[in-house]
Design a binder for this molecule. Sequence first.
Ligand code: SF4
Length: 218
Amino acid sequence: MVKITIDGREFEAKEKTKVLEAAKSHNIYIPTLCAHERVVPSCLSMVEEGLAVQTNSERVISERKVAIQKLLARAPESPAIKELAKESGVESTPFPLEDHQNCVLCTLCTCVCQEVVGVSAISKINRSTEPNAIPYTVNFDACIACGSCAYICPTDAITLTDEGNTRTIIWPYQKKNFRLAKCKVCGRCWIPERQIEYMAEKSNQPLEFFDTCLDCRR
Ligand code: SF4
């Protein structure tokens, strides 16, 4: 254990804990947008002996406001960003508006696709902070339509809808329809065909192993 101080209060925290986790475990709120325990890039600061953290000093509040104003310029229509701005007292932004279609370039989608799903269908190659740039490219041939990117996106810049036998995923400036497979027992369209192919390959199971939905397996 190490001793740290947050806003003048002393706590003990496990070594190799992130500052954000330590604060949360002591019910200290730090506004976050893209912190996620399964993916690496955000909120990396680790606790260490004697660390003193300020979450509400004048300087922190002022810099947090600027950060939120920048997010607001990038994704002015995102409900999550609007909420974050509201709770931080930010009503407008002095920065020029950009159009990344609600994407704030946090890279969570690219990380989850690469590190958790293991597919790397979303590429950071085109990730650019230039106003109105396409934030990244999606390799439609590699994408298995699992929807992890839509699930993890903190700003709803990626959306997923299932209708009939079609899953539609919309990324900023990009859209693709994928066929859903039917359960052979109940007939419900339940999973993208590409995801079945991917799981069959990874698990060395025949495709038929995945022809029944989870409900009908029970
Ligand atoms: S689409 Fe969403 S998850 Fe991906 S970089 Fe943009 S804000 Fe982050």
